[in-house]
Design a protein around this ligand. Structure first.
Ligand SMILES: NC(=O)C1=CN([C@@H]2O[C@H](COP(=O)(O)OP(=O)(O)OC[C@H]3O[C@@H](n4cnc5c(N)ncnc54)[C@H](OP(=O)(O)O)[C@@H]3O)[C@@H](O)[C@H]2O)C=CC1
Ligand SMILES: O=C(CO)[C@H](O)[C@H](O)COP(=O)(O)O
Length: 635
């Protein structure tokens, strides 16, 4: 293996650069000074220049070591090697197996550096004798050190013509992993990929992926974790794109034996934020950094530019944030839709809530479609035309794909009519509801959307109940009559759904002290993610102006909602009367009315609680915080 000798006068930076180079090349580093016999060290400390007779034993020791290192893993040696005859003595292995890296600069530059060094036994006065002794080699790489450490290292690497090891490795070549790997490569980020190899089950996933893409990109691929880790630049950055839950723990556990202090794991899946907090804590004890980064955009977004919501320690983001920013979508000003959202579980909380809002928006479109399709006897194509019109204003990704869905035909029939009406879910919507329950805040529309999926799953029961209740899908209206109001209702429902979502973020930010920047979160959701829309653009300013208020309290939103409220409640009433459920629209209407009711029904709740359980109540004619109990009936 190659031995690299970083040489030059004392103070030129041999040790610093040598260590960095060794790290980069992943070989051991040695300092020639550490091999001096104590007599030599003493002379140097006393400012007595070494004679050639002093050096000869030391050079012999080093020459033996060089042969040893060459037979082993190779090495970087920092050694002054000022005279040609010293270098000759060190040349104990074939010429081509030693690379000489000569660091140099002006006498004054080095003198200034040495004068600043307090903890080194070399006295600045000896520098003059070093310059006198120096016989510049007319071979090797000559590197002027009047540059930053990083620049010096880069120059050496360029001269060595050594390609840097990739800065990032990806585990999990599923739907998202493959797209992200291609995205990294297309942005010029070298990346190595890993997928497990399970005989007869998961065979050659990584090899096949590299093979399929070899004409365009070179993916170093692995199904051996140790080799995968070794392929990466130190400290390592590893992104996991595996299924949320136990798979993440299993993968982390299998990575751990090969990781070192300061390595970083980024979990890019939809993990629960509490798992992320727990994992970060466990890994911190091992000196490993951990970031939970929500990634939204589905398969296509991951390929072309997703919205990325990384949370975790700031130093982790400082290290790898640029890699994530490179692959992220860009907002309208060209800035990456990726920002360090906050510490510990903040990234995955924000992603969870993103998905909660996504559930609400999806259900809004679904129930609007359903009322139009059956309540207004409209064809999928007619609904597509209407939604397309609405989307000129909404610019919603979900509405846009719904138009494509409604137009899709199979065997000359609309595919939407053939899809079973039982929705699946992986949990992030429900997690949002749980989080709202824990934080004691409302989450009406999102919860209604989750529960709408739950009831849709009871297909057989619904069919039987429809029969038992003699319910029919009757046409109750027509598209012309309702389209204007339906649009206003849909738009108001969407605004309320967003307001509810951001309100949960606000509460979480306060409770967990995450200092979430809601305007910045809206900004990174304007492109790449599933809930991008023109309203998200508006939210950047709304949330900048009033960062700690419910979106529904912004003056522009108040005007907008006031103008749509009648349509919202009217459509909900009309649909319910005609026998069509609108779970999210009706919960949006209910939320709006509750939110804007100075007098709620909760006085009755408090009275009931006090009646049966002596739970006490506060009074309107007494200050808040004073509690009362009444003996409601005479015994
Ligand atoms: N699909 C989407 O639209 C989005 C998904 N996400 C999230 O991204 C993550 C990945 O999703 P997606 O790519 O769709 O999922 P896939 O099911 O397509 O891929 C999962 C990957 O994880 C690997 N894996 C699973 N279990 C293990 C294990 N125990 N050990 C090692 N590897 C394992 C699989 O390997 P193998 O092939 O060997 O089974 C596969 O490479 C999930 O958390 C998901 O919620 C986030 C945004 C959008
Ligand atoms: O994260 C995503 C997009 O941002 C996933 O596509 C989303 O989680 C799908 O979730 P579900 O299966 O629960 O509908």
């Amino acid at each position: 293996m190659q031995v690299y000798i970083v040489m030059g006068v004392s103070g030129v930076g041999k040790t610093t650069i040598g260590k960095l180079l060794a790290k980069k090349l992943d070989v051991p580093f040695y300092d020639a000074d550490d091999f001096h016999p104590s007599a030599n060290r003493k002379k140097m400390e006393d400012g007595i220049p070494l004679q050639d007779s002093d050096r000869s034993g030391w050079l012999e020791t080093l020459a033996n070591k060089i042969s040893e290192w060459e037979k082993g893993d190779g090495a970087v040696l920092a050694c002054s090697a000022l005279k040609e005859k010293y270098r000759k003595q060190l040349q104990s292995i074939p010429k081509e197996d030693i690379t000489w890296i000569f660091l140099h600069s002006e006498y004054e530059t080095i003198l200034n550096r040495l004068s600043a060094r307090k903890d080194h036994y070399f006295k600045p006065e000896l520098l003059k004798s070093q310059f006198d002794t120096l016989e510049m080699p007319n071979y090797g790489f000559h590197i002027n050190v009047e540059a930053s450490k990083e620049e010096i290292l880069e120059e050496i690497m360029r001269k060595l013509n050594k390609k840097n090891k990739p800065r990032i490795g990806l585990v999990g070549l599923g739907v998202m992993g493959k797209s992200l790997a291609l995205n990294f490569a297309s942005k010029g980020v070298d990346i190595t990929v890993f997928n497990r190899h399970v005989e007869e089950l998961e065979v050659d996933i990584a090899r096949n992926f590299a093979e399929e893409n070899k004409l365009v990109y070179e993916f170093p691929w692995f199904d051996n974790l140790k080799k995968f880790i070794e392929s990466l630049e130190r400290p390592r950055n590893i992104i996991l794109m595996v299924n949320a839950g136990p798979a993440v723990d299993m993968v982390i556990e299998s990575l751990l034996p090969f990781l070192e202090k300061d390595d970083l794991i980024i979990d890019g899946g939809n993990s629960h934020y509490k798992d992320t907090i727990k994992r970060e804590g466990i890994l911190k004890k091992e000196g490993i950094l951990f970031m939970g980064a929500g990634i939204s955009g589905g398969e296509e977004g991951a390929l072309k530019g997703p919205s990325i919501m990384p949370g975790g320690p700031e130093n982790a983001y400082n290290r790898a944030g640029d890699l994530l920013e490179k692959i992220a979508a860009k907002d309208k000003n060209g800035n990456p839709c990726c920002t360090h959202v906050g510490p510990d579980g903040a990234g995955h909380f924000v992603k969870m809530l993103h998905n909660g809002v996504e559930y609400g928006e999806m259900q809004l479109i679904a129930e609007t479609y359903h009322f139009l399709r059956f309540g207004a006897n409209t064809t999928p194509l007619e609904i597509a035309v209407l939604f397309e019109e609405w989307n000129k204003e909404m610019k919603s990704f979900l509405l846009e794909i719904s138009v494509d869905i409604l137009r899709k035909k199979e065997d000359n029939e609309f595919l939407i009519d053939k899809i079973l009406d039982a929705a699946k879910q992986k949990g992030t919507g429900g997690w949002s509801t749980n989080a709202a329950l824990e934080l004691g805040v409302p989450l009406d529309t999102i919860t209604a959307a989750v529960l709408a999926r739950n009831i849709s799953g009871k297909k057989q029961e619904r069919v039987s109940a429809m029969d038992a209740y003699n319910r029919e899908f009757k046409s109750a209206t027509d598209i012309q009559k309702i389209s204007d109001d339906l649009f206003k209702a849909y738009k108001a429902g969407s605004i309320i759904n967003h307001a509810i979502g951001f309100d949960l973020l606000l509460e979480a930010s306060k409770t967990y002290e995450w200092e979430l920047n809601l305007s910045e979160i809206a900004r990174i959701w304007t492109n790449g993610c599933i809930i991008r829309s023109s309203f998200m653009e508006d939210l950047i300013d709304i949330l900048k102006e009033k960062p700690s208020e419910n979106v529904l309290m912004h003056s522009d939103i108040i005007s907008l909602i006031k103008a749509s409220e009648a349509a919202l409640t009217g459509i909900v009433g009309q649909a319910l009367q005609a026998g069509y459920p609108l779970p999210v629209l009706s919960s949006a209407a209910n939320y709006l009315l509750s939110f804007t009711s100075g007098q709620s029904s909760a006085n009755m709740i408090q009275a009931q609680r006090d009646f049966f359980g002596a739970h006490t109540y506060e009074r309107t004619d007494e200050p808040r915080g004073k509690f009362f109990h009444t003996q409601w009936i005479d015994n």
